[in-house]
Design a protein. Structure first.
Length: 202
């Protein structure tokens, strides 16, 4: 379920201190019911190996493949366009307590490098020719006595080209990619080896 931006901005996430010049692009409720301590389990699931698009619909996989082909053709994803080259890493902005903590796992298949992982939030960043982006996963009460994941995507487009690119792909993200990606997270969550979906055990 898509949520208003305030579902992210109203919570006291640490990411607000670090990426306050980024725009909140999308916020989604994740179909991952669990206990109060299950964020590490969700992060481990989302960062495990394998192609994240393997369980997507055929149109979503086709769009994903097209994006990577265009990126290779125009050099959008080359090393000199990434975090640490085109833009400095947001890890340089981390306050001392976060900088000294374990950063959490990366998501190499999606090009994301972890920034930090806490008890109730995890953030990772990526950059290319079009955008500098942050994927933020929070763990929130679900209003029914349990908890669930919440995903926010924060972006800083790269100039006019980046803004035009983000505007052009918005309909495809909302109509094809996310309606496939979000349910796939729920399917993976339900398939985890536990008999109780609200278990607090990783």
């Amino acid at each position: 379920m898509k949520l208003p931006r305030t579902a992210h901005t109203s919570r006291p996430w640490r990411i607000h201190e670090i990426a306050n010049d980024f725009r909140v692009e999308d916020v989604w409720a994740l179909p991952t019911p669990g206990g109060p301590d299950d964020l590490p389990r969700l992060v481990a699931m989302m960062t495990s190996g394998g192609d994240p698009s393997s369980t997507w619909s055929r149109p979503a996989r086709a769009l994903w493949a097209l994006r990577w082909k265009l990126g290779a053709l125009f050099g959008w994803d080359e090393e000199n366009r990434r975090v640490g080259s085109r833009v400095p890493t947001l890890r340089e902005r981390l306050p001392e307590d976060l900088a000294g903590a374990p950063p959490g796992p990366d998501v190499p298949k999606l090009g994301f490098t972890s920034l930090y992982q806490l008890e109730d939030e995890w953030a990772a960043e990526m950059a290319n020719s079009t955008v500098h982006a942050v994927m933020h996963i929070g763990w929130v009460p679900d209003g029914a006595g349990g908890h669930r994941g919440q995903m926010a995507v924060l972006v800083k487009p790269n100039g006019l080209f980046g803004k035009a690119y983000m505007a052009a792909i918005a309909p495809f993200r909302h109509l094809i990619v996310y309606p496939t990606f979000i349910p796939s997270i729920g399917r993976k969550w339900r398939a985890l080896p536990t008999s109780d979906p609200r278990s607090t055990h990783a």
